[in-house]
Ligand binder design. Structure first.
Ligand code: 5GP
Ligand code: MN
Length: 332
């Protein structure tokens, strides 16, 4: 990995103006990686524009520079000589931001095992969060200093992608980096409060309603939840109020896999998959043109809610039959 990290220093130093982007449905790792990298390369005098094709959840508003992130618009133009894509296994994950990329080289920094190496430079490694790679890059750029703001952005990525250091992707390196970030004044309790422990009223009410309808297959290994547009309307909630719901079903005692179905539109169902010990949920997601990690993945199915549910649950059953005979494999 050392070599791949070092290989990024030259193209970044040679660039004058950089486009930074990441995946839709931005999470703490995606945003933390982009914002930390922005603050880092600004120290080198670079002009940085961050664009993503989605809105930003309110819970990240404490991050320095978050207000400067632009949401993609059709008439947006950027004049850049380098593009950096973070936390995204392929270019489809950045949606319409791909239209802004012209002839300039692309740097791809990611930790998904299904990354397709779309960059001219690829820093892809099996680490808990993309921010670990941004941290490694900072160490290689002597002129760039860690600051409280950069450290807070990096720590946010570590905390969110490891479920506060509880998931199986957490390594000793993850803890070592976090320990170093604490030396820069990072306040993990504040990050946890902002991102994980503050819920809208609608989120809590929705959670109650959705959990009441928890479904479990006959073996008890597959548990799932559904959020329909009708439920959201009834409560006056929106899709942002579904945050955190995906983590509940796999906590059912005896369950191996937990799934959340969200009706975005009538024939657009967003699916979040999580597993505990052995089921490779990214293999299921791949069947529906999605992807992710062995223990956390997602996909979008263009069918009605009940049809998407049937197809996906059948695919999970087939994957269960394949994976249960194998020893535990892969990390979150
Ligand atoms: P989440 O369920 O939190 O949206 O995503 C879980 C993990 O799977 C994340 O690492 C996310 O980047 C990845 N993921 C989610 N949806 C997709 C998708 O449609 N395609 C790919 N390639 N990865 C996805
Ligand atoms: Mn990530």
């Amino acid at each position: 990995m050392n070599k791949e990290v070092s290989a990024l220093v030259r193209p970044i130093k040679d660039a004058k103006s950089i486009l930074l982007t990441g995946h839709v449905s931005p999470d703490g790792d995606n945003l933390g990686s982009m914002l930390a990298l922005k603050l880092m390369v600004e120290q080198l005098g670079k002009k940085v524009t961050i664009v993503i094709d989605d809105s930003i959840p309110d819970c990240f508003s404490f991050l320095a520079g978050i207000d400067e992130i632009k949401e993609y618009e059709a008439d947006l133009t950027v004049d850049v000589d380098l593009t950096i894509v973070v936390d995204s296994s392929n270019l489809e994950r950045i949606a319409r931001v791909e239209e802004l990329i012209k002839e300039e080289p692309i740097i791809n920094i990611d930790h998904h095992s299904d990354n397709n190496s779309f960059g001219d430079y690829n820093l892809v490694a099996d680490v808990a969060a993309t921010v670990e790679l941004i941290y490694a890059l900072q160490e290689k750029m002597e002129e760039v200093e860690l600051t409280f703001e950069i450290a807070t952005a990096l720590a946010t990525g570590l905390i969110t992608d490891t479920g506060s250091f509880r998931y199986s992707n957490t390594s000793s390196m993850t803890h070592q980096i976090m320990a170093e970030l604490l030396n820069y004044g990072v306040d993990p309790s504040l990050i946890a409060k902002e991102v994980l422990e503050t819920n809208s009223y609608q989120n809590l009410i929705l959670r109650g309603k959705v959990l009441q309808n928890l479904q479990v297959d006959t073996t008890g290994k597959i548990a799932w939840l559904k959020v329909s547009q009708e439920m959201l309307e009834e409560i006056g909630a929106d899709l942002e109020d579904t945050t955190g719901l995906v983590n509940y079903p796999r906590t059912l005692k005896g369950a191996e896999v937990g799934i959340l179905f969200k009706e975005i539109e009538q024939e657009e169902i967003r699916v979040g998959l999580r597993s505990n010990n052995y089921l490779q949920v990214n293999q299921v997601a791949h069947l529906f043109d999605g992807g992710g990690h062995p223990r956390a993945a997602g996909c979008t199915i263009n069918l009605k809610l009940d049809e998407a549910e049937e197809q996906l649950i059948n695919a999970v059953k087939e994957q269960l039959a394949k994976d249960k005979s194998k020893p535990s494999e892969g990390r979150d």
